[in-house]
Design a protein around this ligand. Sequence first.
Ligand code: ADP
Ligand code: MG
Length: 336
Amino acid sequence: VSVVNKIAAGEIIIQPANALKEMLENSIDAQSTHIEILVKEGGLKLLQITDNGTGINLEDLPLLCERFATSKLVKFDDLSSIATYGFRGEALASISHISRLSVITKTKESSVAYKAYYMNGKLCNSNFKGEGQPKPIAGKVGTQIIVEDLFYNIPSRLRGLKSKNDEYGKILDIIGRYAIHCGDVGFCCKKYGDPIQQLNTRPNLPLKERIRTVYGSAIANELLEVDTEYPELGLNKCSGMITNSNYNNKKKIQPVIFINHRLVTCEPLKRAINSVFQFFLPKDSHPFFYISLEITPENLDVNIHPTKREVRFLNEDEIIEIIVNNIHSVLSSVDS
Ligand code: ADP
Ligand code: MG
């Protein structure tokens, strides 16, 4: 069973950035306003994420890394909005099968923090052997998840990874995207042993400022606002920023798409937006855009595979056309 779990886990988490994304989303779901990430050797030696969210109750710790253990079923009342958030209760379980995972957490009701160690979905002792129990320690309200030696038991996965710098780059990229989208959260990312913060955003900055912090002023100065909706078709909100037709995205910064507050890919939307830009830009230029859609949860495809970030939704063609028309008018109003 443990081998099967290990293989399954290795399919969900294929690079350190996948683990990081899952943990970031957990911290955001826990209403954190500050999230700090520490990375050693591209996340392979250490991936540590510290938040100031709700924390985890002591009685929930034994099952925390059990597959399908999720506290979110109670928080979201209908099944389809649960589906919005992708697969349930598998992230920490998976990570515990392919790394040495430990957790320090404190709720505001608890007088102390607790530290717990996990191996293969179960609590273990601090050497990552045998059985163990959470131990009280000093700590602040919130949760710290420490992932060490990711893929230590999957040598083939380790060999297949890019350089540690590349893996670190992917981690920074994910954090940057969430920093743009989650305006009420501050994010800070550091490399172990390096005093310089590679990314540091404050909470409650306007969207343009956040984009400036993540991608620099060159891009932020050339941004135009997108804002539309069509609730009758299930598009409750579409907001974001696009670069104008003067901006040359030399760094080829990739588009950022959020649907219902999850970072996803949506190839048809991406293609359609890129094609509007072709009216305004020289061929093969690379516009940047950040688009956040809020789609009626029932309309989202619930059967997407966990490793796929591709999202489908009802009335897709019509909704994409609405967005594309809005972008077209935003771009033309500046052009003329
Ligand atoms: P899911 O997010 O799908 O519920 P996960 O495996 O990602 O599954 O997490 C399992 C559970 O662990 C969550 O439902 C949540 O209750 C708890 N949890 C994980 N990370 C945090 C965190 N940073 N703060 C509070 N609770 C957390
Ligand atoms: Mg999760």
